[in-house]
Design a protein around this ligand. Sequence first.
Ligand code: PLP
Ligand code: COI
Length: 361
Amino acid sequence: MKYEFPVTLNTNPKEKPSPVGLPFGKYFTDHMFVMDYNQEEGWHNGRIVPYAPIQLDPAAIVLHYGQEMFEGLKAYKTPEGRVQLFRPHMNAKRTNNTNDRLCIPQIDEELYVDAIKALVEVDQDWIPEGEGTALYIRPFIFGDEPYLGVRQSMTYKFMIILSPVGPYFVNGLQPTKMYVEDVYVRAVKGGTGEAKCGGNYAAALKAQEIAHEKGYEQILWLDGIEQKYIEEIGAANAFFVIGDEVVTSELNGSILPGITRNSIIALCKEKGYKVSERKISIDELVDAYHAGQLKEMFASGTAAIVSPVGQLEYKGEKMVINNFEIGPVAKEMYDTIYGIQTGKIEDFMNWTVPVADEDEE
Ligand code: PLP
Ligand code: COI
């Protein structure tokens, strides 16, 4: 590793949760990474310390104007005991794209990945083993300068926390139900939809609450202008199998460019599927459903992995997809991606990155 960080070990380690029925995002490991930014020193003082609450000035910019970004990736343990990450440099790049949009200073991508590796190495005993589980890694950055004028912060914290998790969608590979939102919108081109910032999720809570009340796990968002074209899911990208075409919405400036999405497109090409990134209107989807051509729908994301969707509701019509069963494309994508991530199948795409340098292993 190019960068190394001092470690203060936790003298009071916690009990680890059972890997059986592990929920998403409820348990946290014994350590966290913290790094500071100011104008004189840039990013400095990266360190690994015991996991603990942090102190924040009540006037900190993040608390008032939401200058914050986050990322999500996972660490896995292979059957041979090797600890590995999945495409972490893509998270580092996306962080800098988000930072650019939110006027947060850029961060050296090697430093970012080395900080993740160093923290995961310290807490590697927390990586759960069990179908669908992993150690979720949550890097985040926020402006912590105490100041009430509206401008970017002059100081920041970059932190990383870790959480042993099961699948984000509670049913795992059991199909979920999604609600097509036609009142609220998530993002518009020119907004922050393609950035990974907390504000996008706060703005989506109202619609999510309504969908939950109706018995739906997640929302399928439509575009913010005409509410005509499919964008993405609340915490994942959306894929459809229409006839023999695997299709996902094109990146148009308001959709999060998912790393799992990118991986599925590459895998589909590798495996010879006809795969398209294009505009898909909700009307096209409903027509395909009525014509018996909507074969599958699934969500893709770090937290969601690949999650089949068994029912979609739009304007009161409930469309049942593939008899509420996981379809062959979703199954193949789940098996291949999760198989590569966990080292159960060969990494023929060269996507995994070991946490320890090869010569240290
Ligand atoms: N879209 C949204 C809104 C998300 O929150 C996520 C999750 O990170 C994704 C898409 C999928 O992105 P990725 O595959 O990089 O996790
Ligand atoms: C992820 O998949 O990493 C996400 O960020 C989803 C999250 C909002 C729970």
